[in-house]
Design a protein around this ligand. Structure first.
Ligand code: APR
Length: 329
């Protein structure tokens, strides 16, 4: 029988094989487009997930490989690395305490990101890296600084997730498929996110125009923004774990745009060096992701009220980043 050479796939590594890492690895494996390495500090966890996902792939006849490991050198020469290592805001004691604020995660996750950055610099300095660990914008900044990777090769997964939530809630409200809704949520991944209603579209019609004539227009928009802002906390309250299906899907979207050179515009946290008049901070803005990483940062022309909200968001990220400099640098 004729033997075909084994296909060579790109390599995608996950640092952190918990809920988001494991789910994203599963989604990616089912697409049969990349060999996958799952890394975690917990012994057995990445190996167990890899075994489970390997069996799932075999049902579809997939050819990619999936490996679980506790050894950093196994991530060598990855094309993409997705970082989910860290603590979450999960309520540990039966609702007695409110969910941890993203900012409270700062110092613990910063120490983890430091270690991760050292190892990625050592074993995979040419990878395109997607940071998911919270507080997102501060962790993306810290990773970029400590790893020394080119700013085009580092993004934080943020606005894509917030926008998908906005599209879902708005679609439900209007009876329109979320697929036909476009939204822009920029700024901080957190309470100070900035939904840009003026740039939102439904069936290619500006949202404002689409809602024209409805006397509950303000109510609809405010309601959707509130639900979007609170979705993360609401999920924690309901299932006592932070969200992972949508974050995993949003990370996959970014990874695919890079691996397949899609040049898709995605809302990601990226290091701004003068764009939007912001210097040396990672902030969520629309970026074009293709085979060279962040190919372009799209600068939206903001109006005064939008600039004000964006500025508030920047100040919040700045506060966390300044604290980080004191703790880690
Ligand atoms: N190196 C590698 N992995 C680590 C490290 C470390 N130093 N420290 C912790 N981890 C692993 C944990 O063992 C765990 O398996 O990170 C994983 C995190 O997984 P979950 O607790 O399931 O968290 P998850 O829901 O995946 O969220 C991960 O993304 O959205 C953010 O706030 C969230 O910061 C959190 C991160």
């Amino acid at each position: 029988m004729k033997k075909f050479p084994k296909k060579i796939f790109p390599k995608v590594s996950f640092i952190g094989s918990g809920n988001i890492g494991g789910t994203c690895a599963h989604l990616m494996a089912m697409k049969n487009i990349a060999d996958i390495v799952l890394f975690d500090i917990v012994k057995g966890l990445p190996q167990g997930k890899a075994l489970d996902i390997a069996a799932a792939i075999s049902i579809e006849g997939g050819e990619v490989s999936i490996t679980g490991t506790n050894t950093y050198s196994d991530i060598s020469d990855s094309d993409v690395i997705i970082i989910t290592a860290g603590l979450t805001r999960t309520i540990k004691d039966n609702n007695a305490k409110p969910p941890l604020d993203r900012a409270e995660l700062l110092s613990k996750n910063a120490k983890i990101i430091k270690k991760v950055a050292e190892n990625i610099k050592k074993y995979s300095p040419n990878a395109f890296v997607i940071v998911i660990t919270n507080p997102l914008d501060a962790m993306t900044w810290l990773f970029q600084k400590l790893s020394g990777l080119n700013r085009q090769m580092v993004v934080g997964m943020a606005g894509g997730l917030d926008s998908s939530r906005f599209c879902y809630f708005l679609g439900k409200e209007l009876g329109v498929s979320p697929k036909n809704i476009h939204s822009f949520i920029i700024g901080e991944h957190g309470n100070n996110m900035v939904p840009l209603i003026r740039f939102s579209k439904v069936n290619d019609v500006p949202l404002d125009e689409f809602l024209n004539g409805r006397n509950n227009r303000e109510e609809i928009i405010n309601n959707v923004i509130k639900k979007t802002r609170e979705a993360g906390g609401e999920i924690i309250k309901l299932m006592r774990a932070s969200a992972y299906f949508a974050p995993a899907a949003a990370a996959l979207d970014i990874a695919l745009s890079y691996l397949q050179d899609k040049n898709k515009t995605i809302l990601c946290s990226t290091l701004l060096n003068g764009e939007y008049d912001v210097h040396n901070l990672c902030v969520g803005v629309p970026v074009v992701i293709g085979s060279s990483g962040v190919k372009q940062i799209e600068e939206l022309n903001l109006q005064n009220n939008e600039k004000e909200a964006f500025q508030k968001s920047i100040e919040s990220i700045q506060t966390l980043t300044t604290t980080l400099k004191k703790i880690i640098l």
